[in-house]
Design a protein around this ligand. Structure first.
Ligand SMILES: Nc1ncnc2c1ncn2[C@@H]1O[C@H](COP(=O)(O)OP(=O)(O)OP(=O)(O)O)[C@@H](O)[C@H]1O
Length: 265
């Protein structure tokens, strides 16, 4: 079936066969063991095309390890991570996985502080060249328009010529999300994106993620339940490396085991 127009930012080989209910990512019985410590156990999880999934869980539940498996940083002892219904990510290197359209944002923003906001986006868009070669190469007018649009979306238009190091923590977080978005990812992995943001920035993050879902698939690891409540269609609760519960936030909050893990009852 043809996907809805505008659902994908760039074509993947499987696009013409799928619709929004199809998975972009299928984790199947993933096991990760670190020197005898079992960090993920038989973990299975599907993310739909255009879905916004929140992954929550107490400290040490395995959320970071899960993202590390998807991005190729950690290789599981067993299990598969099928992307685009055909590619097993567990056999690929991190750079190859990024090229397939999987972008990851870590908790701490990593922007080039000495460069301007515009230059940061320009570099991210041009990708793999060295910094100076990249900045010397001219942008096409289409690329410039795309960066301008991104600045508007991120509410950073007034900051375009400021050094990124001068931005607030929240603005740096937005800039880094923009640096991922100009690379047109299909699947975005975001680790506690609202941490350290002001209330207004958190509110805008929620609005931004809801706008991005549909066009991109998003997996958001988050501790802030208020934030999860405002963004998530679907929540997965991890505990001790396993999926403890899955469903709407209301459903998982009513789950006895989840209440026990979170509230210690
Ligand atoms: N390289 C490693 N070697 C040994 N143990 C590890 C390694 N990486 C993670 N672990 C362990 O695996 C478990 C899961 O860790 P992980 O960082 O994935 O949890 P998390 O849910 O992201 O926690 P947090 O919310 O605190 O970030 C933890 O007990 C951690 O100590």
């Amino acid at each position: 079936m043809q996907p809805a127009e505008g659902l994908f930012t760039r074509q993947l080989p499987g696009d013409r066969f799928r619709d929004q209910t199809d998975p972009v990512l299928q984790l199947e019985s993933i096991n990760v063991n670190f020197d005898g410590f079992q960090a993920l156990t038989d973990l299975s999880l599907n993310i739909g095309v255009g879905e916004l999934r929140c992954v929550i869980g107490p400290n040490g539940a395995g959320k970071t390890t899960l993202m590390d498996v998807i991005t190729g940083k950690t290789r599981p002892q067993s299990g598969r991570a099928i992307y685009d219904q055909s590619i097993d990510l567990t056999a690929l290197e991190p750079a190859a996985i990024a090229r397939l359209g999987i972008g990851r944002k870590f908790q701490k923003p990593t922007v080039f502080e000495a460069l301007t906001v515009w230059e940061n986006l320009e570099l991210a868009m041009k990708g793999d060249k060295s910094v100076w070669a990249s900045l010397r190469a001219r942008l096409t007018s289409e690329q410039s328009d795309r960066i301008s649009e991104m600045l508007t979306l991120l509410r950073l238009s007034a900051e375009r010529d400021r050094c990124a190091g001068m931005l607030s923590h929240g603005q740096k977080q937005f800039l880094e999300i923009g640096m991922l978005l100009v690379q047109e990812p299909h699947l975005l992995l975001l680790d506690e994106p609202a941490a350290g943001m002001t209330d207004a920035e958190t509110e805008y993050s929620a609005e931004l993620f809801r706008t991005l879902a549909g066009k991109h698939s998003l997996m958001v690891v988050e501790h802030d339940m208020g934030f999860v409540e405002t963004i998530a269609d679907h929540v997965t609760v991890l505990h001790q490396g396993r999926v403890l519960a899955e469903g709407s936030l209301r459903e998982v909050q009513a789950n006895e085991q989840v209440i026990e893990v979170y509230l210690g009852r």
